[in-house]
Write a protein that binds this ligand. Structure first.
Ligand code: PA5
Length: 420
């Protein structure tokens, strides 16, 4: 496996016996989830959720975009862009077009800036919306259609627009009426659980990432969860955070010393925030990227209120070297670093932080990732989504709905004059 979990610096905050009991409960919750009656309603993500045929179509289109396009516009918000963004931000290395994220803001300044960035570029667009009523992607799609029509004309624009939506939706009709490629957003998969569906597969393929390796990572983690229900990283993580929550630890920071994991952290915040924050319950999720954020939030982590859990995502091999050569001429006071690789320094900072926070009263959980790769993301996404579903179940809330976000929408739509 590329991903393992280390709970040594969390275990000192609870008894072995309590943890054993909670591990069993987490394993039972996981088994219940995998076999529950309405599995097909919300758990489509626990197995690959693009058919073989659809996967071939996605690969073919991704190749075309890579070959022909130099700007790929991903239109989506929340679960409709976060997983792809996390992977592209971490792994894309110029093998595909530049990716521009739209459909995720209502700022006039941002929208006009994005449209300017499209000028003179060879553009492909993927519009992703499960429920084609969301304001940001819907409004951006209209602007983009008009832009594409002016730039390419109806026929040429049709091959450059790909639409990912629910079968039977208005979005599918629009795709059919206009000859756009339509990919399915499975109804049994919620936005924030859509990492293994066409929602994520087309964008990461277009950005040059390897879909087979990614899905192989997912399958490995899924198998681990099936075969070892109470000892896989998802169950262990779910059990530990649930136990800590019961002891008053109600804020969790996902942190990493690898900035390339910053969009993964954003994805994780959405997953846990939207899934658990209900019925006045749930651990509040936040994130930080070290070492930079040690110079801000680090103070609070060390000495602030002791209700914090810190979950590290560590990288064994960052895949690059950057050595500090001696520079005796300047006597800058940094000679102790002579000959060191930045990775060695980064790891020393990580170990020191982990120890200091742990000793300072913060239970620290650690996910260790061997390399940053497609396989690793396949495993990480699967374990985190499973842990989230398990944690929600253990808290007795429904981790798959998000009724709360409708509240602000009602008054916003009323203010904008939307007829319901
Ligand atoms: O996880 C979720 O369900 C949400 O975050 C959605 O992904 C988000 O609200 C976007 O929804 P839609 O794809 O319907 O526009």
């Amino acid at each position: 496996m590329n991903v393992t979990i280390d709970l040594k610096k969390a275990e000192t905050y609870f008894s072995e016996e309590d943890f054993k009991g909670n591990r069993e409960k987490a394993g039972e919750a996981l088994c219940r989830l995998l076999t529950m009656e309405d599995h097909d309603q919300v758990l489509g993500w626990t197995s690959p959720c693009a058919s073989r045929e659809e996967l071939e179509i996605i690969k073919e289109k991704a190749e075309e975009i890579k070959k022909e396009g130099d700007l790929f516009v991903l239109v989506g918000v929340g679960g409709s862009n976060q997983a792809a963004r996390a992977m592209i931000d971490a792994l894309a290395d110029g093998q595909g077009p530049e990716v521009l994220y739209m459909g995720n803001t209502l700022s006039a300044h941002s929208v006009s800036k994005m449209l300017k960035r499209m000028e003179g570029r060879n553009v492909y667009i993927n519009v992703i919306a499960k429920n084609f009523e969301t304001l940001e992607p819907g409004s951006h799609f209209r602007i983009l259609r008009q832009w594409m029509k002016k730039r390419y004309g109806r026929e040429e624009m049709a091959k450059r627009i790909i639409v990912t939506g629910t079968k039977g939706s208005r979005l599918e009709e629009i795709a059919k009426e206009n000859g756009y490629l339509f990919l399915s957003f499975p109804s049994s998969v919620g936005g924030r659980y859509s990492a293994f569906s066409p929602v994520c597969l087309l964008p990461i393929g277009a950005a040059g990432l390897n879909l087979d390796k990614y899905l192989a990572g997912m399958e490995r983690a899924a198998e681990d969860c099936r075969v070892n229900p109470s000892s896989n990283p998802a169950a262990l993580y779910g059990a530990a955070r649930n136990l800590l929550y019961g002891k008053g630890y109600d804020i969790e920071m996902l942190v990493s010393f690898e900035p390339r994991y910053s969009c993964l952290a954003k994805w994780w915040v959405q997953l846990f925030g939207e899934s658990e924050g209900k019925e006045k319950k749930g651990i509040f999720p936040s994130s930080a990227i070290y070492s930079e954020d040690l110079h801000s939030i680090g103070q609070y982590m060390q000495e602030g209120r002791r209700n914090l859990i810190e979950t590290f995502v560590s990288v064994e091999d960052p895949g690059a070297r950057a050595v500090i050569e001696p520079d005796p001429e300047f006597r800058d006071g940094f000679d102790y670093l002579d000959g060191m690789d930045f990775d060695q320094i980064n790891k020393a900072a990580e170990e020191a932080t982990l120890n200091a926070h742990w000793k300072g009263g913060v239970p620290c959980i650690r996910f260790l990732t061997k390399t940053m790769s497609e396989e690793t993301f396949g495993e990480l996404f699967y374990y985190f989504m499973t842990a989230c579903a398990v944690s929600g179940t253990m808290m007795n809330i429904n981790p798959f709905d998000q009724e709360g976000v409708e509240e602000y929408k009602r008054s916003m739509f009323a203010a904008l004059g939307k007829k319901v």
